[in-house]
Design a protein around this ligand. Structure first.
Ligand code: ATP
Ligand code: MG
Length: 566
């Protein structure tokens, strides 16, 4: 029950509405199923004993009402109506399963889109505390499992109706037999719920943990492939073993679950078959030795069981599915509740100055920057220097709004940077981070990065970044860079990153160790180019080499105690 409550919180209104519609539809389907099964009894009754048409008052009134003249015609007409009804039943069931499949796949798409949207809106600082393999797992594996869970619940509810209706029908047909039936099945179902479902919960948790491990190892290995190659025999074996353990745990959990999926059916079917035999014995024992007499009720029970067993089976399986995959509900709920940036679309103009007022920043409880005050005038070229780990990248991330200060504020001209204008502020900045990551695609794709392709501009920025000639000798802007830019050298990657930042023609250009991988000559060329293009831009540079920053107007040193101009 608590899982259902959690699910309710996760689903959107429209989804819930569709869910309710499908539930009503499923009740309709159950009614049709019940009619289909109950109609067989009178038909067999009539077919085996024509006299009953005249002796039974119900048959007789129908016979009279439609003005039949002989029994055979009546039986044939009844048969035709039944056939028409079964065709109708088939069509209704088809339509129902069409809606059901669309619903569950649509639900999957909805969850994934919502997750992706949430992740995109996640603050950078939260992202740095996440493990990207968990995010990938949530989006790929858990979302589809959650859709499966919702589907299972839906199926369970509709099957409960089938069971209820058929049960009522059986009670009407013979309450004594139904009672025997109830006792046997109640025990079986309770037993199944107690044993299998408990186990399903355990292996469900096991599935989630081992799958997380699985994703992590894959990510770690492919993200550090050069280190993997450098491992000695022993350590390589350990890596393989760790992976094998995770995969085995995962597949064992799934294997057990699959077995438990099959178990209820066998368990119930055995009961079902025995019951049919038992039924015959009881009927014969009750003194109805005439098979023609017991045939209608026997066929009703056989048919009812034939329809009922799969229903009960699906209810048990649905319940197990819910239990086995319950973690995915928790995970999706948790992931959807990560903090989101709620950014407004107010514009911000930067004409005169950026002021940092009393900025302090902590990672967890560790102070990184304390009471920083700084003014950057428009058009100024400034540099931050300082020891490794002193907080230069952190300060820059605060200025560009990737991180939010714990204390203090940033004022651009007269506007304080806050959620309402942050998006507009960030969009004015060309940032070349310390860690360049290029994605698997062409140079053009990597530089445009979702912006419109302007070939002229593209060539211009490639030349400015001193990398045009290099690509020109290859396939030009269509040269593939490989995942993470693995086909390029470190310096070439940095130059592509510089071109990427320049392509936006930003007002503020920010270089965090952007030329550290370049040789002196190339660096000088690029820096000259950068100083040239940023004549009317604001330039912020972090660099260790003095040669890089010698043309800056101001140099600030960041130390433990604060910031000082040099
Ligand atoms: P470098 O010259 O080596 O690039 P830096 O001056 O740019 O150094 P920062 O990257 O700003 O240094 O890091 C400042 C401090 O903050 C470091 O001590 C680092 O360990 C810590 N730090 C950075 N990122 C995080 C994070 N996401 N969580 C916790 N601590 C962090
Ligand atoms: Mg840094």
């Amino acid at each position: 029950m608590k899982y259902i409550r959690k699910l309710r919180l996760l689903l959107e209104r429209q989804t819930k509405r569709r869910l309710v519609f499908l539930m009503f539809f499923s009740v309709f389907v159950s009614v049709i199923e019940t009619i289909g099964i109950s109609a067989i009894m009178p038909f067999i009754d009539i077919a085996t004993n024509f006299d009953s048409i005249q002796t039974n008052q119900y048959y007789h009134s129908v016979f009279e009402f439609f003005g039949f003249t002989n029994n055979i015609d009546f039986a044939i007409a009844f048969g035709m109506v039944l056939i028409a009804f079964y065709i109708f039943r088939g069509v209704v069931n088809l339509i129902y399963s069409y809606f059901l499949s669309n619903f569950s796949e649509g639900l999957y798409a909805k969850i994934v889109k919502k997750l992706f949207k949430t992740y995109l809106a996640m603050p950078y600082q939260i992202f740095t505390n996440k493990n990207s393999s968990h995010l990938t797992k949530a989006i790929t594996a858990e979302a589809s499992l959650m859709a499966i869970v919702v589907n299972a619940v839906l199926l369970m509810v509709s099957e409960v109706f089938v069971v209820l209706f058929l049960y009522t029908l059986m009670l009407f047909a013979s309450w004594k037999i139904t009672l025997v039936f109830t006792v046997i099945f109640a025990f079986k179902i309770i037993f199944l719920m107690q044993t299998v479902s408990k186990k399903a919960k355990k292996i469900g948790a096991e599935r989630e943990q081992s799958q997380a491990q699985f994703y992590e190892i894959v990510n770690r290995v492919f993200g550090n492939f050069e280190h993997i190659k450098l491992q000695d025999y022993q350590r390589l074996k350990e890596t393989k073993n760790a992976f094998a353990v995770a995969v085995d745990r995962y597949s064992n959990a799934n294997a057990s679950y699959r077995f438990f999926d099959f178990l209820p059916r066998m368990f119930l079917e055995t009961g079902g078959f025995s019951l049919v035999v038992l039924l015959l014995v009881i009927l014969l024992y009750l003194g109805q030795s005439n098979v023609a007499h017991i045939l209608p009720i026997l066929s009703l029970f056989v048919l009812a069981l034939y329809r009922l067993l799969p229903s009960i089976n699906r209810i048990v399986i649905g319940y197990n599915t819910l239990i086995y995959n319950h973690k995915s509900i928790d995970i999706i709920a948790e992931e959807l509740s990560v903090k989101k940036e709620n950014l407004g679309n107010k514009n911000i103009e930067f004409k005169q100055k950026i002021q940092l007022q009393d900025i302090s920043f902590y990672y967890q409880d560790k102070p990184i920057l304390k009471h920083i005050n700084l003014t950057i005038n428009s058009g100024e070229k400034i540099a931050f220097v300082g020891e490794s780990g002193s907080g230069k990248s952190t300060l820059v991330n605060l200025i560009i709004g990737l991180l939010q200060a714990v204390e203090g504020k940033i004022i651009v001209d007269d506007s304080v940077i806050d959620a309402s204008n942050l998006q507009s502020w960030r969009a004015q900045i060309g940032y070349i981070p310390q860690q360049v990551y290029l994605f698997d695609g062409t140079v053009a794709d990597n530089i445009c990065f979702g912006r419109k392709l302007d070939e002229k501009l593209l060539q211009k920025v490639l030349k400015q970044a001193n990398i045009f000639e290099f690509f020109h000798k290859k396939q030009g802007i269509l040269t593939l860079v490989g995942e993470g830019g693995i086909h390029l050298s470190g310096g070439q990657k940095q130059r592509v990153a510089i071109a990427r930042a320049l392509y936006a023609e930003p007002k503020i250009l920010l270089l965090d160790e952007a030329t550290s991988a370049l040789d002196g000559d190339t660096e000088q060329k690029i820096m000259n180019e950068i100083y040239k293009i940023s004549k009317d831009k604001t330039l912020i540079i972090i660099a260790h080499r003095l040669s890089t920053i010698k043309d800056c107007d101001k140099i600030y040193k960041i130390t433990d105690s604060g910031i000082e101009q040099q």
